[in-house]
Design a protein around this ligand. Structure first.
Ligand SMILES: C[S@@+](CC[C@H](N)C(=O)[O-])C[C@H]1O[C@@H](n2cnc3c(N)ncnc32)[C@H](O)[C@@H]1O
Length: 267
């Protein structure tokens, strides 16, 4: 019998958060169990074709820019994380955060579903002196954490690759990785406006986009994001965090489009 049927059968309330935990944990039992779950998402197929392309990955940092990871590192430190702490960076990409964080925290695990990203990050990390992140090719739903529970989870601009149902399972998986009181720091494109303002907000976004696709995200990139990726509304995202056991302790938005959350896993 498929694992997920056992989970549903043993549950008294099929909508309860523990069921999400159980289904997601079933998803990480390994390849054999995953093959038993016919509805499990193919995370690579949803990763964004460009992220699987070595040529795009080679130019990713120039296009993305170099946001300073110091702010995110300082937030984890403000919540007590230090040289003894473990942080998992999910959808780590080229490792802008993970490489810097590995110099500060005890263990950093950089996880990405794309082989091209992971290969690039491994090469880059090899050139770094000092502590380096562990690098794992896996998805939000498939990553299997080993060792003690993590003290922090970081994820930037990757969660929107997942449709909302899967986003909730991914957040639930993050809660499963963290110790009670552990810190989740999420940065992502999340829409902080009512539906009727979508045309106006997106018009402003596209108008200020880059012109050179090698040097930034263009209006065409943003339009493709809106059409084909899964950024959600703030008023949907925050209940997802609550339903998966997180307390939001800080939130900021930039241009009604870019959300930054610091959350604590409830005990
Ligand atoms: C826009 S990049 C962000 C990379 C990095 N976090 C940053 O901020 O520079 C999105 C990343 O998410 C990864 N990704 C997409 N879907 C994923 C999934 N289901 N699980 C893990 N990583 C995923 C992609 O391979 C890509 O590296």
């Amino acid at each position: 019998m498929p694992v997920w049927q056992n989970v549903a059968r043993n549950s008294t309330n099929r909508f309860a958060v523990p069921v999400l935990n159980s289904i997601a944990h079933a998803a990480v039992l390994g390849q054999a169990a995953r093959m038993d779950i016919p509805w499990l998402l193919d995370e690579r197929a949803h990763a964004g074709a460009e992220h699987l392309d070595p040529a795009f990955v080679a130019g990713y940092d120039r296009k993305q820019g170099w946001p300073d990871p110091a702010t995110d590192i300082a937030v984890f430190q403000a919540h007590g994380l230090d040289a003894a702490s473990t942080i998992v960076d999910l959808a780590a990409g080229t490792g802008q955060f993970a490489l810097a964080a590995a110099r500060v925290f005890g263990r950093v695990v950089a996880v990405d579903v794309s082989l091209a990203m992971v290969t690039y990050l491994r090469d880059r990390a090899a050139g770094h002196t000092g502590s380096r992140p562990d690098i794992v090719q896996a998805g939000f739903l498939g990553y299997q954490h080993d060792g003690p529970p993590a003290d922090g989870v970081y994820t930037r601009n990757g969660l929107h690759q997942l449709p909302d149902f899967w986003k909730v399972l991914a957040l639930d998986r993050m809660a499963g990785i963290l110790r009670p009181g552990g810190v989740l720091r999420v940065r992502d494109l999340i829409y902080d406006f009512p539906a009727r303002q979508a045309t106006e907000v997106f018009a402003g976004w596209l108008a200020n986009a880059a012109h050179d696709p090698a040097a930034g995200y263009t209006a065409s990139d943003y339009a493709e994001h809106i059409r084909g990726e899964h950024s959600t509304f703030r008023w949907l995202f925050e209940p997802m965090l609550a339903a998966t056991g997180f307390e939001i302790v800080d939130v900021e938005y930039d241009r009604q489009l870019y959300g930054t959350y610091t959350c604590l896993k409830k005990s």
